[in-house]
Design a protein around this ligand. Structure first.
Ligand SMILES: [Zn+2]
Length: 157
């Protein structure tokens, strides 16, 4: 892995993580500072939260999937299994009973990204972050990660 690749990926993740925490703040409290943890429901400042995965971050096709990543408090995210039972229950409540299977299927696919792809994602998520920060309605905006996978021939269910 080249350092250029790693740098681009780390940067994209950083922007995406902010996007997820802002999205979940707006979803759970209506403002951009505090969010409820996806797995314990307690309120935290988003600067003190993680963007936590259900399927491990090592699986590339679901690494930045908008359903697979949610704002979690550090206690929950870093507690052994990331509170997987509560995580699954919340996913099913939010997206229906098929979501776990869909995400698991997507995670099995293969996708290879280049440094330039990560840079594209950084730019796209930056735009989403500023929409959220400016109070614009982002709910209709398409998910950059899903679109990126599609251009790579991976269909995210
Ligand atoms: Zn928590």
């Amino acid at each position: 892995m080249s350092s250029e690749y790693k740098k681009a990926k780390d940067k994209a993740w950083k922007v995406f993580s902010r996007y997820i925490r802002l999205r979940d703040a707006l979803k759970t409290t209506g403002d951009t500072e505090y969010a409820r943890c996806y797995t314990c429901g307690r309120l935290f400042h988003i600067k003190e939260m993680d963007a936590g995965h259900w399927i491990t971050r090592n699986r590339m096709p679901t690494f930045m999937n908008h359903r697979n990543v949610n704002a979690q408090c550090r206690g929950c995210n870093r507690f052994g299994d990331g509170r997987v039972v509560e995580y699954q229950a919340h996913l099913i409540e939010e997206y229906g009973s098929t979501v776990l299977e869909q995400l698991t299927d997507t995670a099995q696919k293969q996708v290879k990204l280049k440094a330039g792809d990560w840079n594209t994602l950084s730019e796209q998520y930056k735009q989403l972050v500023s929409m959220l920060e400016n109070g614009e309605d982002w709910r209709g905006a398409s998910e950059p990660w899903g679109m990126m996978l599609e251009t790579k021939g991976v269909i995210d269910e």
